[in-house]
Ligand binder design. Structure first.
Ligand code: BG6
Length: 514
């Protein structure tokens, strides 16, 4: 039998993607904005370096201000120099830069689209691109509806057509509540078929997040244990060290529940909890994920006070440096009631997870940046090594480190060498960095590539976005009705308020610090 190709050979042969994308144009509305600068242009550059872009491609930035193509290329180069995972290679850069163009567009002004259309025709003719287009809405959600309706009015979209194709990428936040999410989805659905729409949750593009399904369904040791018979509880933590930074304008109207739980954390939850899909077909996987969201026990009314903790960071320290409290941050109302921390005790009311609490926790200005999923198994019977209370054994814990220090570890009990039976917890630990090399692709690289090849597995379907909103709405409603209760605080640099500790400790468990 022939030797299997080595891992390095398989990765070098580009095993990550089956078919190269067809020639296409990407129009980035908001192309001169922050997301394009920090994430999209660096991701496209890295795809270019990996030879994963189509041979013929045009990347067209479309934003309000005037800018020449040359200035846009300089803007892109600046973004790539600062934020790309790889440094700029001048030869690779010049070839990439030739594909970059800029057109001034006022997104809510239909007239602008005439100029955009003519420019796209010229660029596509020159570059031999037959009309496949991806429209990326890297703009505030208030502009989603005007953008798609102008695209429709100016006949940019051939509804449902596969050849040439028109695809739409939208970024979160998709709405501020269930009604506004529905309104956005309706406006988009009036122009694009669902299979032409790619709603990004960038957590789904992270390597470690994709690995959750591989870990669960490509190994026979975990899946038999992932259920209420063996799992005591699950914790999902997404901790951030940074404060609100320069995004107060958006964040103060959103808060941690909308910003992190409604999307990223619930997506992580679906991957940990879903049933094995019958195939890797994107809709089969997304159906199973939806099923988890629909099985989440609603938390409403007085239950919100018992199962959900919100808090705001007060002044404190970040790595020894004093930092202001949330209400003192630039752009935040002095009497803001926006939560920068949420902890939730949730249950999934299906057969597999009956009675197993899922503790969700996220916050800004926590002690460190760390996202982790912990599956804590039940204790072994108190019969042998832990027969008396003086010899408690640590239960097995599977921890999946999403970021940083990507990897996973399994905590197990082992005998300490020597004449006595003394038991000590040890870890089997896997680190991506040491096994696969330091530089995994960024989430946006994978996601942009998937849109180019038309694979929607890692994108949020309309029904799941709305199911997630449906679950968080009663919590938001409860909070909105509590205008007088003080909001708990935590000092910047702490792991959240005391109330969060009580939430889990009242069940006899403890938060695991990542
Ligand atoms: C974004 C949120 O979706 O995710 C931000 O709006 C948050 O508030 C960010 O900081 C976290 O992303 P990552 O990839 O740095 O964990």
């Amino acid at each position: 039998m022939a030797d299997r190709p080595s891992l390095a050979d398989r990765l070098a042969a580009g095993e990550t993607h089956p078919a190269p994308p067809e020639p296409l144009t990407i129009v980035i509305f908001g192309g001169a904005g922050d997301l394009a600068h920090r994430k999209l242009l660096p991701a496209l550059y890295n795809l270019h370096v990996d030879a994963l872009l189509p041979a013929r491609i045009a990347i067209v930035g479309a934003s309000r201000g005037e800018m020449s193509d040359a200035a846009y290329r300089a803007f892109a180069k600046d973004g790539v120099s600062q934020f790309s995972r790889r440094p700029i290679d001048e030869d690779a850069w010049s070839a990439f830069a030739e594909a970059l163009f800029y057109v001034p567009v006022a997104i809510d002004n239909e007239q602008s689209y005439a100029a955009l259309g003519s420019r796209l025709d010229v660029v596509e003719h020159e570059r031999g691109i037959a009309g496949n287009r991806i429209y990326y809405l890297a703009v505030p959600p208030a502009l989603f509806a005007p953008a798609v309706s102008n695209l429709a009015r100016r006949r940019f979209v051939n509804r449902g057509s596969e050849r040439p194709f028109a695809r739409l990428i939208v970024e979160k936040p998709i709405g501020n509540d269930l009604d506004s999410a529905r309104a956005i989805n309706d406006a988009i659905a009036a122009v694009f078929d669902e299979r032409q729409i790619f709603r990004i949750d960038h957590y789904l593009g992270k390597e470690t997040v994709q690995n959750i399904l591989v870990l669960r369904f490509a190994n026979s040791i975990f899946e038999p244990l992932f259920n209420h018979r063996h799992v005591d509880h699950v914790q999902i933590v997404v901790a951030e060290e940074e404060g609100v930074g320069t995004r107060a304008g958006y964040y103060d109207r959103a808060g941690a529940l909308r910003d992190m739980v409604q999307n990223h954390i619930l997506q992580l939850l679906t991957l940990v909890a879903m049933e094995p899909p019958r195939s890797l077909d994107s809709d089969v996987i997304r159906d199973e994920k939806l099923d988890v969201l629909q099985s989440l026990r609603p938390i409403a009314g007085g239950d919100v006070d018992a199962s959900v903790v919100r808090a705001q960071y007060a002044a404190g320290f970040d790595a020894g440096t004093p930092v202001p409290g949330y209400r003192e941050e630039k752009g935040v109302a002095r009497d803001s009631r926006t939560e920068t921390f949420v902890a939730i005790k949730a249950f999934i009311d299906n057969w597999r997870w009956a009675g197993v609490p899922f503790f969700l926790r996220t916050g800004k200005r926590l002690p460190k940046r760390a996202s982790e999923i912990t599956v804590r198994l039940k204790e072994v019977p108190h019969i042998l090594f832990n027969a008396n209370s003086g010899s408690r054994l640590d239960p097995n814990v599977l921890s999946i480190r999403i970021q940083p220090d990507e990897g996973f570890a399994l905590g197990i009990s082992s005998k300490v060498p020597g004449p006595r039976v003394s038991i000590y917890p040890v870890r089997m630990d896997f680190h991506y960095g040491s096994t696969f090399g330091a530089s995994s692709p960024e989430a946006y690289e994978r996601l942009l590539l998937d849109v180019m090849v038309g694979d929607s597995t890692l994108f949020m379907r309309r029904d799941s976005v709305e199911a997630a909103w449906r679950w968080v709405m009663p919590i938001l409603d409860r909070w909105a009705s509590q205008t007088a209760e003080p909001i708990p605080t935590y000092a910047a640099g702490d792991w959240g308020p005391r109330e969060a500790g009580r939430l889990i400790e009242s069940t006899g468990r403890r938060w695991r610090e990542p």
